[in-house]
Design a protein around this ligand. Sequence first.
Ligand code: SAH
Length: 382
Amino acid sequence: MTCVLTLTPFEYKASTAVTASSAKINLLDLNRRDLAAFFIGLGEKPFRATQLMKWVYHEHVVDFAAMTDLSKGLRGQLAERAEIRLPEVVLAQASRDGSHKWLIRVDNDNCIETVFIPETDRGTLCVSSQVGCPLDCSFCATARQGFNRNLSAAEIIGQVWLASQTLGQVSKGARPITNIVLMGMGEPLLNFDNVVKATELMQDDLGFGISKRRVTLSTAGVVPALYRLREVSEISLAVSLHAPDDALRDQLVPLNRKYPIAELLAACRQYIADKPYRRITWEYVLLDGINDSEEQADALAALLKHIPSKVNLIPFNPFPETRYQRSKPAAIARFQAVLMAHDLTVITRKTRGDDIAAACGQLAGQVQARGRRPERRLQLTS
Ligand code: SAH
């Protein structure tokens, strides 16, 4: 069943302003440490942070007046100085296969997308990190939208909050979201601080309590940020490789011109060094006649030989006006077989949510394309 609300993504017109500018601090922007500091600043004990987080993330209560274990005086103070401001869902769709997609308005002109994909043993929420994306990968629908801005930590964790509230109501008890992937719109490592803060809230027991292995950041390979991430986080890493050599990867993922494959692999190796049992997930979109030959599979296997790896093959999801086509099923099977013959763990990702354009690379939200201006693009020449 496809459940589509009365609005379609690109027809929606705002009737009210969502993000009235306000001097109040949005408490969704604060991790546990910052929240404790905030309460200390109010002359309160730090454990108020625990109480507030339980209300917000466990009970889905965002109205201070309903937080009955806080004194009336404190509730009044909170209402004066702070707010819990979520982005607004303007469209919710459910796919025939059980996937959900939300179009979420982050300010008057801009929407992002969040997708939930249920499987038998898990439920994965795919979260956006930027409004649009500055990377311009040639096979990605988001790239065509250009780039507008980074999402705040509140807007990132807000997507999880909104999804878990809706899905919690549908699933009656069982925890529907077991995994979170930062694989929606945007390049998460170009929004480092906000992404890290939001992933802390995803993992915190007082937040959504998801283990570090089940929170995965997907990156096109911002090498210096990978080294930084290692210092502050232990979340899992997925890397969008898509080509076994620099000449082709330069074309598909222009960021490669700045951080070529050898540098990217070194950073990835370092990310999981001294972490037994951790592997890098390599994402590889299969494009007909471009990157799907047996020789390319051999070359890919050679690259990954000394790195604990898992390969996710992603059949290309087409979108209007793309010049690429999905690889033929026989080519996909052959590519997978060659990698497996090299002892690699390989999964070919099933395409989900096709009917609601929720599949990888189809997330296009609604972005005021400031990124079409050259200065909003990432500078690729150093
Ligand atoms: N910027 C990050 C996260 C967003 S993309 C990154 O590059 O990893 C999430 C995944 O979807 C990436 O592996 C991306 O390459 C893949 N993807 C993008 N467009 C696609 C398309 N049209 N079909 C299939 N996968 C696509």
